[in-house]
Design a protein around this ligand. Structure first.
Ligand SMILES: Nc1ncnc2c1ncn2[C@@H]1O[C@H](COP(=O)(O)OP(=O)(O)OP(=O)(O)O)[C@@H](O)[C@H]1O
Ligand SMILES: [Mg+2]
Length: 254
């Protein structure tokens, strides 16, 4: 269980000014829940995820995982951040095996496990390629495999499909859903896409802008497994999308 209590972050810049990115965010995420975070650009979504990841420190409040205060990164929380992308000098399989090797797993075993994850994200044939030799969608799949391989209880995803074309994005959403339905880890997923948030999530948290704070939390009560083509025709799905879009449009306008 992730417990976020009255979390705040004020950045002090080199110019001597200060900027409050998030303020008074409280949220509880039970184990195994898929939670998306929506909000206008600059409202502090990445900041929130970095603090949960332990990459940034809060200036108010706290984040606890199973009662323990988070103050640094750990193998229980796996990031899929664009900034923490693949190592360009390592092959795909070495990238995926990296976290396992760090945990002390023998090379052969780590590579075997890495290969089984590459299979799951359909990159088996690209195991010995370098990241620069892959497409954007393939790179993103490799990054997801790298994080999932060490089995973090919590997955932190910051716009993992943001830079992809619509077709690749839909394929990866469906792929992620399939994996998650087996793994059932806790996911915090930042996105700008309302459809993506509704399709994937148990709950959607809408942040309001600057400083970011919780505007509304919407429970997505749609049965699983979800089939995208069916969902698009489902009136309840459409209502969620319309409601969230209206909230967001209001936020962006504000
Ligand atoms: N290291 C930093 N130093 C100073 N200010 C920062 C720093 N990181 C973020 N900020 C500020 O905090 C605010 C929130 O940034 P953040 O990246 O969390 O937004 P976001 O919601 O992820 O936006 P986007 O949707 O565009 O990715 C912004 O105003 C940004 O300028
Ligand atoms: Mg961001």
């Amino acid at each position: 269980m992730i417990t976020i209590e009255q979390l705040g972050k004020t950045f002090h810049t080199a110019r001597g000014t200060s900027h409050t990115a998030i303020r008074d965010i409280s949220l509880q995420v039970p184990d195994g829940q898929f939670v998306s975070i929506l909000g206008p650009s600059g409202c502090g979504k990445s900041t929130l995820l970095y603090i949960v990841g332990g990459f940034e420190h809060a200036t108010a409040g706290s984040v606890k995982v199973d009662g323990r205060v988070i103050d640094k990164p750990g193998p229980d929380r796996g990031p899929v951040f664009q900034e923490y992308a693949l190592f360009p000098w390592k092959t795909v399989i070495s990238n995926v095996a990296y976290g396992l090797r760090e945990q002390g797993m023998a090379k052969a075993q780590a590579e075997e496990k890495a290969m089984s994850w590459l299979e799951k994200v359909k990159l088996r044939d690209y195991a010995h390629f370098y990241p620069r030799e892959l497409s954007g969608g393939m790179r993103q799949r490799a990054a997801i495999a790298r994080t999932l391989a060490y089995e973090p209880a919590i997955l932190l995803m910051d716009e993992p499909f943001g830079a992809l074309d619509a077709h690749t994005r839909i394929k990866l959403q469906t792929g992620l859903m399939g994996l998650w339905e087996q793994l059932k880890n806790t996911v915090l997923f930042v996105t700008h896409s309302v459809e993506e948030a509704v399709y994937l999530s148990d709950r959607v948290v809408v942040l309001s802008g600057t400083p970011g704070t919780v505007r509304e939390i919407v429970d997505i009560d749609l049965p699983r497994p979800r089939v995208r083509a069916e969902l698009l025709r489902c009136p309840k799905y459409q209502e969620y999308v319309i409601h969230l879009e209206q909230l967001l449009v209001g936020e962006v306008a504000a």
